[in-house]
Design a protein around this ligand. Structure first.
Ligand SMILES: [Ca+2]
Ligand SMILES: [Ca+2]
Length: 253
């Protein structure tokens, strides 16, 4: 009896330790795998515009990308995002923002795919390469004018807030496929129904938090695979590799 109880106890201790080891893995350390990967981004690494010194600049603090139910799930935390979208300049303009590019190497092959156009120098390839997709995360607005017109302004664009009867802040994303050449990027074609989901059910803004869902089939990816991920902090600099994060590898669950 004593012997049996102690073997049960030993089995429980082993199971507990195994659970601890499994939980300890996959927390986003470089090269680790798990159901989600997390990066911390430096505070205060963004600069405002010299001619609009009071315009808030979103400062990325954290990026999480997970996988479940056939979708990538991304969460971004950006201080001052909501302040930026609420800001109105002295001349009545409202400003969107290009926030982050999420880069996906879906075949884990650095020899296929490419890098964002903004990182190319003349005909010199960026040193970080091999991403098949760039998910451009854009903040902006859906709006209606007094005369019944409606429109959308997202990314690094502004509009005159006069004559708008309704202005609603939104988050959306675009999917670009990246090629081996400097001008090898192209916006991928989604069905009209899928395009309509991008700034509604697949992207949500909650004050300074952004949540995205990206179905694997938009990327030609499948559950059971793995993807190499990095992000480009566009508000820090879209054109220097120093604002590109380290790579992490995520299993697609
Ligand atoms: Ca930052
Ligand atoms: Ca690749």
């Amino acid at each position: 009896m004593t012997k049996r109880r102690s073997s049960v106890l030993r089995a429980r201790i082993v199971a507990g330790l195994l659970g601890f080891v499994l939980l300890s893995g996959g927390c986003g350390r470089p090269g680790s795998t798990g159901s989600k990967v997390v990066w911390s981004d430096s505070d205060g690494d963004v600069q405002g515009l010299a001619n609009l010194p009071d315009r808030p600049t979103p400062d990325l603090h954290e990026v999480m990308v997970g996988s479940k139910n056939g979708e990538l799930v991304a969460e971004l935390n950006l201080e001052n995002l909501r302040k930026r979208l609420d800001y109105v300049s002295a001349d009545g303009k409202r400003y969107g923002a290009s926030l982050v590019d999420i880069l996906l190497d879906v075949d884990l092959d650095p020899a296929t795919g490419g890098a964002p156009l903004s990182l190319w120098r003349a005909d010199t390839r960026p040193t970080r390469f091999g991403y098949e997709f760039r998910i451009a995360v854009l903040a902006g607005f859906r709006r209606q004018t007094a005369d019944g017109g409606s429109g959308r302004t997202v990314g690094d664009m502004s509009f005159d807030s006069a004559n708008q009867v309704k202005i609603e802040p939104i988050i959306t994303y675009q999917i670009w496929s990246l090629g081996a050449q400097r001008f090898g990027s192209k916006n991928i074609d989604l069905t009209e129904a899928d395009s309509a989901r991008l700034d509604t059910e697949l992207a949500a803004l909650d004050n300074d938090r952004v949540r995205l869902r990206i179905p694997y089939h938009y990327l030609g990816a499948k559950s059971g695979g793995r993807v190499r991920i990095a992000y480009l902090d566009v508000q820090e600099s879209a054109s220097t590799e120093s604002s590109l994060s380290e790579d992490k590898t995520l299993p697609l669950e």
